[in-house]
Design a protein around this ligand. Structure first.
Ligand code: PFF
Length: 455
């Protein structure tokens, strides 16, 4: 993204340039690592259904709003809100907290992916499929920290030397390969003995598993996966040309992002049934799910070592392009605020990220007794950003647009480039449904979390 920024807010070249850059930020560990473990944990089909409904309603509304806000004002989050209404400048600040919280722990998972990449490349695929391999790895105090540092160094080097453009180009080539490879792996998984139960669990909604927490988890995942409610899409919008069809671009990004998440779920959730019969403990594994199950799938597959290596390399690329957009955002926030040089800012952000990432990593081992709200350190950061700050930012963005900046101004911005086909739905969503539902979901799930109500 930086290469565009340096030319004093020039534009993405055309529609494809914009879609690919935004998709580069959106498609990452959120799709491949986070979505499947949430789907497994929150009842499979019901989570998938709620997610899909939210994607075409809330996701569409918020993404179009953020991109239009950026394109209209030509500014990133902090400036965009205050330009339209001074009283909302705090919203820019609140949303900038999100990438600061996410980047460090994202790097912990990025480090795990880097480690698995290395393992598969040097031919340790059958060891990686061992029963306790993953657990032994993450509980160590030093090794995961080394990998997370490597991941942060790589991200920082790319951001510092301004070569994101090159990386994004390579990743544009690699992402279609990731899609095809994921299809191959998914087909292999679902045809394994015992997988059918898992396919049913993943695709058929069980309405008795529905709860406010399911909706909040799906909503948080939607924001996370599409890089919404954290100011990023506002910045991307500020680089978008007026003649690019905004509504169609949003549709494409959503399709791409949701498609990859869906495939990742289809690879991972049924394999839980293949290898552990789908018992509750295995389904509720959380952040470790992908690392526990996929190496076992590769171990069974013909040429699994090579396929596994290729898969982890592709995931690492997807993770890097997302991490770059996270770090880039944090760097520009600090640069704007403190006017440090780019080099100093990058180094400071890198050091800060390592400092915050290390406790998240240790939380799986020597600090596993440290819990916050009953969660491990990494889960706590994940919860605060995805289930608290992002819904609050999304709610306030709706209120801001509907009652202060005016939803008409967003509609006008969209109509500059094309007819707004889903205008009616957009206006109803942004004015009524989105703000009311987000606040209701937030309050209900907080009450549920504290045991005050039970749904
Ligand atoms: N959307 C990314 C993913 O799904 O992995 C995560 C992410 C990237 C979140 C960039 C926020 C962001 F600014």
């Amino acid at each position: 993204m930086n290469h565009t920024k340096k030319q004093s807010r020039s534009s993405f070249t055309g529609k494809i340039g914009f879609i690919l850059a935004a998709a580069g930020s959106a498609v990452g560990l959120g799709n491949i690592w986070r979505f499947p473990y949430l789907a497994a944990q929150y009842g499979g089909g019901i989570f998938l259904l709620v997610y899909l409904i939210l994607a075409v309603t809330f996701g569409f509304t918020l993404m179009i709003t953020e991109i239009a806000l950026g394109r209209k004002t030509g500014l990133s989050a902090a400036g965009a809100f205050s330009k339209l209404d001074k009283r909302f400048s705090f919203l820019g600040k609140l949303s900038s907290l999100v990438p600061m919280i996410i980047f460090p722990y994202y790097s912990v998972i990025g480090g795990w992916v880097t480690k698995y990449c290395a393992d598969f490349i040097i031919g340790r695929s059958s060891q990686a499929a061992g029963e306790n391999y993953f657990n032994q790895f993450i509980t160590q105090p030093v090794e995961p920290v080394i990998w997370l540092c490597l991941f942060i160094f790589a991200t920082a080097a790319i951001v510092l030397f301004g070569v994101e453009g090159g990386i994004e180009k390579v990743s544009r080539l690699l992402m279609p390969i990731l899609v095809i490879l994921s299809m191959v792996i998914a087909v292999y998984t679902v045809t394994q003995p015992g997988a059918w139960e898992g396919v049913k669990y993943y695709l058929m909604p069980d309405f008795s598993r529905f709860s406010a927490t399911t909706v909040l988890a799906a909503l948080g995942q939607l924001f996370y996966s599409m890089s919404l409610a954290m100011g990023i899409m506002i910045t991307y919008g500020s680089y978008m040309k007026r003649e690019v069809d905004l509504e169609h671009s949003v549709g494409m990004i959503e399709l791409f992002d949701t498609g990859i998440a869906f495939l990742a779920g289809l690879m991972i959730v049924p394999s839980v049934f293949v290898f552990s019969g789908g018992d509750e403990a295995a389904l509720g594994k959380g952040p470790g799910l992908m690392f526990d199950t996929l190496p076992k799938v590769f171990d069974r597959m013909p040429a699994g070592g090579v396929i596994g290596a290729l898969f982890f390399i592709l995931v690492l690329f997807a993770a890097l392009t997302s991490a770059i957009s996270l770090m880039e955002t944090v760097v520009s926030i600090f640069q704007d605020r403190f006017h440090w040089s780019r080099k100093i800012t990058c180094l400071a952000v890198m050091a800060g990220a390592i400092l915050v990432a290390v406790p998240s990593s240790l939380g799986f081992g020597v600090w596993s007794s440290v819990t916050l709200l009953g969660k491990s350190i990494l889960d706590f950061f994940d919860f605060i950003s995805n289930s608290v700050i992002m819904p609050v930012v999304a709610f306030l963005t709706c209120v801001f647009v509907a009652f202060f900046a005016g939803s008409r101004s967003i509609v006008e911005e969209v109509e500059l480039s094309s007819k707004f086909r889903r205008k009616k739905m957009y206006l109803i969503m942004i004015r009524y449904i989105a703000p009311i539902c987000i606040i209701a979901i937030l309050i209900t799930s907080i009450l549920e979390a504290f045991g005050i109500i039970k749904i």
